[in-house]
Design a protein around this ligand. Sequence first.
Ligand SMILES: [Zn+2]
Length: 415
Amino acid sequence: MATELLFYEYPTVEECTAEVLSCTEKDGKYLITLTKTPIFPEGGGQLADGGMIVGPGGNEARITDCRTEDGEIVHYTDAAFPPGARVRVCLDAEKRLDRSEQHTGEHILSGLAAKLFGAKNVGFHMSEEYCTIDLDIPLEREQTEALELAANAAVRADLTVHTEITDGDDASSRPLRKRAEKVQGEVRIVYIDNGKIDSCTCCGTHLNTTGMVGAIRITDHQHYKGGTRLFFVCGGRAARLGIEEHGALTELARRYSTSRRDLPAAIKKQAEEVQDLKSELKLKSALIARTEARELIDHAKLSGKTRVMFKVYQNFGANDLKLILDETAAAMETAPCEWAALIFSSGASGTDYRMGSSGGCKLSMRDLCAAVNAATGGKGGGSPVFAQGRSEKPLDKETADTIENYLIKATQQGF
Ligand SMILES: [Zn+2]
């Protein structure tokens, strides 16, 4: 027995009484068919309606999905009802309105994209957050802006949206923008402004006029498979997005002490300033690294045959340590002696350490790093001539002295 589909003939009906035809369990869900339903099943790119099924004793089942399967409308629910039970089927009207707003907006955009640019809709997708239309030709930003303006003009003109049921042969003789392929029997056609904006075979739910869509916002467009993918929101989603974006822009404008309109220029200017500062910092860091490398070399202690360098910096970055060690290694490259350097940057958030040595040194940097890890509770490692690590604690004087003593002894004797 076929289900009576109220969402086409009586789209404003939000509730009906029906009899349960079948109820089966699958993967923890109950699949229910009914004698009639106001619940639109997923189809034609449109998401399914939501709602409730209420039993005679007031027991409720939530409709989590609804699909057409083998010609039957199947309601997916979280509770069971026995076949033959008389139930109330209640539509989630807010959810339906949202879907109808997006879907009607899609017709307006697709119809106008065809009329303005000759673009053909080759795909439509609706999710809970946004919708997409795929067009078969690339559109530039000026074109999507013109399309958005034209779509909203159609909304403000409050034009009619109506549907017609006809047979497949009759439908195939009409100049429709889009027709379902290989459809036999009855065909449902939706017209916007009597076909002046759109005419298309469609199984979805729509609003009665374009004005009810309220607003259409194209939020993004991307080049996609040689054409264009348009992202858009309509109705309540467009209103909420407007509030959200306006709030975010106002907050940003306050932070930049400028107007919302001048925000892009203010951000561009700041990005340029940051770039200048980065260049300046890079130069100064290199200068400091050379000076510090010189200091380290000048204050090196002779331990056996090895010149040992050790220093704890306060609040230097890990990158500064790298630069200092690189400068030290470069300066010592031609020195006729062995050397080993261990440097730290200690701060409230932790301690970074790096160590390097010439080849032939008695102490492997890998072993030195293991000793530093153990003393500071840090983690790190490396090769015999270079190692690095980090501890989440600041380095205290006592631990620093212990490590320096270890370094002196180990370079003298080797471990
Ligand atoms: Zn439609």
